[in-house]
Design a protein around this ligand. Structure first.
Ligand code: MG
Length: 249
């Protein structure tokens, strides 16, 4: 069931997403070779709670940290730890969620650690661009989920990249995951129409090689099967009568 939000509910979600956005900025500012992902998780946790919000990933289905930190071939759901220290040349994805006054925000960014290869920078850039290609394609009441997915997929694949199939974006509101599922791939003309009052998280997960992934036996981490790098970019958006608002920018 799709839960349509009023403008005052979207205003609440904007506040939660601004905390997410600011947390991501803080994490990016502290990204450097030698940084401990355990410390980065602590930094994010402390910032979110200082804003009277709750880190939504902590204990979500048992997830053991406040944010996801996924390095290189880790696509999503990487677990921060004292053993996981960022190294020059890696790429790192941060996925952050926060709940404020019962409303959820969710966004993700991928950045380089120190100096990274041109190939990795291009993967990061195209992943971010594919999000905007998707968002810019949305016309309220017209665009279907298949159109949105197709826009993201065809852009990313035009660079020879893979689009992960097993994980998708989602509706968001009072719950982190609401209907509908929002795939980053699709067939034009198929699926539900996107219309005013819907709030969704769009989150392309783009791989340098195969789109196939493995789920590690820590129960969480998702890696590319060929262990080539992957990037992730996500924002929560609201579809309104006045167009699209990206709540986490
Ligand atoms: Mg999400």
């Amino acid at each position: 069931m799709i839960l349509i939000k009023s403008s005052s509910q979207i205003a609440e979600m904007r506040k939660a997403n601004q905390i997410v956005r600011d947390t991501l900025a803080l994490l990016i500012e502290h990204t450097k070779p030698g940084a401990s992902t355990y410390d980065l998780n602590r930094l994010a946790h402390d910032y979110i709670t200082s804003q009277n919000a709750i880190p939504s990933f902590l204990n979500y289905h048992g997830f053991p940290a406040s944010i996801c930190v996924s390095v290189d071939s880790e696509v999503v759901h990487g677990i921060p730890s004292k053993k996981k220290i960022l190294q020059e040349g890696q790429i790192v994805s941060y996925d952050v969620g926060a709940i404020l006054n019962g409303w959820h925000g969710d966004a993700a960014r991928t950045v380089g650690v120190g100096l990274i290869s041109a190939d990795c920078q291009k993967l990061i850039d195209v992943t971010e661009q594919s999000f905007f290609v998707g968002v810019n394609s949305i016309k309220s009441g017209v665009t279907r989920l298949g159109d949105l997915g197709y826009a993201i997929q065809s852009y990313a694949e035009s660079f020879g990249y893979g689009v992960v199939r097993e994980l998708v974006g989602h509706g968001i509101g009072r719950q982190m995951h609401e209907d509908p599922n929002v795939p980053n791939f699709g067939t034009p003309g198929r699926g539900m129409r996107l219309s005013s009052g819907m709030t969704i998280a769009i989150e392309p997960m783009i791989t340098m090689g195969t789109e196939q992934v493995d789920w590690l036996n820590d129960g969480w981490t998702v890696k590319t099967r060929d262990r080539k790098p992957a990037a992730h970019y996500e924002n929560t958006i609201a579809i309104t009568d006045n167009g699209i608002e990206i709540l986490s920018l």
